[in-house]
Each structure stands twice: as structure tokens, then as C-alpha cells.
Design a protein around this ligand. Structure first.
Ligand code: CAA
Length: 268
């Protein structure tokens, strides 16, 4: 499928499908169902490419990443790594590619169903919000193939669910049901299987209809909280709060409140 953007030339994708299901929402479907959406290099490259395109597109306000009902993703492609040496892995920069996910400024919502394992779980956690179907199963089974998670499974996951549970997940392949993921704060909502994607898209549409700069800075500030001390994070938040007073949308939002009307956001 082609993704046309004003900034970038059309791109042909093989491992993902790119759609615009409703106004201001970009949808990326991982599309290797025969391999349970294993994240081979090509898929990751296409995913990053599509995310960056949507991120640059002014008409898009939020992005949903999904797989299919059976699998969000079963992780990094094991066949691609099976014979790799240390040098191969260093030279390929496999995980380096993932760092670009952190530079996406618009909100990312993972709509997760079925297997969400290894790199698949790390991809979901790298998103800003997880909407899970009742059948979603989260886990980091890398220990079964003699390794550990390499793209956030020991770091982001621990911050989300706490040390003891993260240890069980990483050291002993404990899988979390959707209910558990919700209880431990990994996901923020669960929906029936026939509803989770619609719910994720509808949530994305609601966020995408809000003040774009505020959404962007809110995301940035919350994500910084994982990397900074409380004092530094508070100071960072304060600066972003003040910066928004340089935007037209702040003037419009507060004027609209005073005038008792709906604001019209311009993203400026
Ligand atoms: N890589 C490559 N291929 C995979 C895959 C993966 N991670 N996961 C599944 N597949 C392939 C299978 O090889 C199989 O292909 P064939 O039909 O050609 O044999 C196909 O997808 C369907 O899988 P199964 O037949 O195994 O399906 P199942 O329903 O019996 O089992 C499963 C499902 C429990 C998820 C099982 O496929 C599985 O355990 N997959 C591996 C999960 C895993 O270990 N993930 C971690 C990867 S390492 C990683 O992600 C590192 C990191 O941190 C970045």
C-alpha cells in the first residue's frame, strides 16, 4: 500500500499496511500473519518510515499501531538472528533502529490482540498507550531461546509493572493476560475482540482532535518522567507549560473558555 505525504515521496510497503481510518488518525497494521508478525528488519524499517511520515504530516494527530486478532507480534524474527555472531549483531544495529521510535512526537497507541511477545511486547510498551483485546497475552520469552529482551523489556517493562513481576516475566517467561496487563498498568483499557481496534482508533481520534502542541508536549513531559529525577522532571514540565504560552492555541483555548465556545485548534 502506498503512503502519500506532502513531504515525502510515495513509499511501497511489503510488511505493513498503512491506512487513514478516520480524520487525523494514521493506522499502521503489521502484516506478516504467516510469521505472527515477527519483526524482521524490513518490517522495522518500514514501520519507522511510516511513523516518521505520519509524524511529519500536519493532517495526522495520532497514530495507531496494530497487528491482527491472533498476534500483535511474536517478537524479533528469530530466523533472522539464529546464526548471527556478536559482530553481526553489532554491525546490523538491529536495536539502534528502535531508538527512532522515541523521536516520534505524536501519540502512539498500540492496539494489541493475541500474542504480544518479546520485541512485540517491547514495541507495544514503546507506544504511549496500550489498548488490549480480551485475548491479548503479554510476555518476554527470550529466556527460552537463551537471550534476554534487547529493546526495553528489562527497562520500560520494569518501570511499568515493578521489579518483582518484571523478574518473573523476564527470568521465567511469565505471561500476562489482558486483565493482568490492565491491573499492573501496562495497558489502560481492555475491549472485546471485535471492538479493541475501533476503541483504539476512536481514542486516537479524540486525542488527535485536541490542541496539537499541547498533546505533543504532554507526551514529551510524561515520557521524560521515566528518565529524569522528580525535581528535573518538574522543572522540564514547568518550561514546557510556559512555552505553550507562545502558541496561538493557548490564546485560542483560553479565549474560547472565557467566551463559552468551542476552541478551534490550529496547531500553532
Ligand atoms: N520469529 C520468527 N518466526 C516466528 C516467530 C518469531 N519470533 N514467532 C513465530 N514465528 C513463526 C513460526 O516459526 C511459524 O512459522 P512456520 O509456520 O513457517 O513454521 C509461524 O510463525 C507460526 O508460529 P507457531 O507455529 O509457533 O504458532 P503457535 O501458535 O504454535 O505458537 C508462539 C505461537 C507461542 C507465539 C510461538 O510462535 C513462539 O513461541 N514464538 C516465538 C516467541 C519469542 O520467543 N519471541 C521473542 C523473540 S526474540 C526478541 O524479540 C528479542 C528482542 O527483545 C528484540
Amino acid at each position: 500500500m502506498d503512503l502519500h505525504t506532502p513531504d515525502l515521496a510515495p513509499i511501497n510497503f511489503q510488511d505493513i499496511i498503512v491506512e487513514r481510518p478516520v480524520e487525523r488518525v494514521g493506522l499502521i497494521r503489521l502484516n506478516r500473519p504467516q510469521a505472527l508478525n515477527a519483526l524482521r528488519s524490513q518490517l522495522m524499517e518500514e514501520l519507522i518510515n511510516a511513523l516518521q511520515s505520519f509524524d511529519h504530516e500536519a493532517t495526522i494527530g495520532a497514530i495507531v499501531i496494530t497487528g491482527n486478532d491472533k498476534a500483535f507480534s511474536a517478537g524479533a524474527d528469530i530466523t533472522e538472528m539464529a546464526n548471527a555472531t556478536l559482530t553481526d549483531m553489532l554491525n546490523r544495529g538491529m536495536i539502534e533502529r528502535w531508538r527512532q521510535l522515541r523521536n516520534i512526537r505524536k501519540p502512539l497507541i498500540a492496539a494489541v490482540s493475541g500474542h504480544c511477545l518479546g520485541g512485540g511486547c517491547e514495541l507495544a510498551i514503546a507506544c504511549d498507550i496500550i489498548v488490549a483485546s480480551e485475548t491479548a497475552k503479554f510476555g518476554q520469552p527470550e529466556i527460552n531461546i537463551g537471550v534476554i529482551p534487547g529493546a526495553g523489556g528489562t527497562q520500560r517493562l520494569t518501570k511499568a509493572v515493578g521489579k518483582s513481576l518484571a523478574m518473573e516475566i523476564v527470568l521465567n517467561d511469565r505471561r500476562l493476560t489482558a486483565e493482568e496487563a490492565l491491573r499492573y498498568g501496562l495497558a489502560s483499557r481492555i475491549a472485546p475482540l471485535d471492538q479493541y481496534l475501533t476503541d483504539a482508533i476512536s481514542l486516537a481520534a479524540q486525542i488527535a482532535a485536541r490542541a496539537p502542541l499541547g498533546v505533543q508536549m504532554g507526551k514529551e513531559a510524561i515520557n521524560k518522567s521515566f528518565e529524569m529525577s522528580l525535581a528535573d522532571g518538574m522543572s522540564y514540565e514547568e518550561k514546557l507549560f510556559y512555552i505553550l504560552f507562545a502558541s496561538e492555541d493557548q490564546k485560542e483555548g483560553m479565549r474560547a473558555f472565557v467566551e463559552k465556545r468551542k476552541p478551534v485548534w490550529r496547531g500553532q
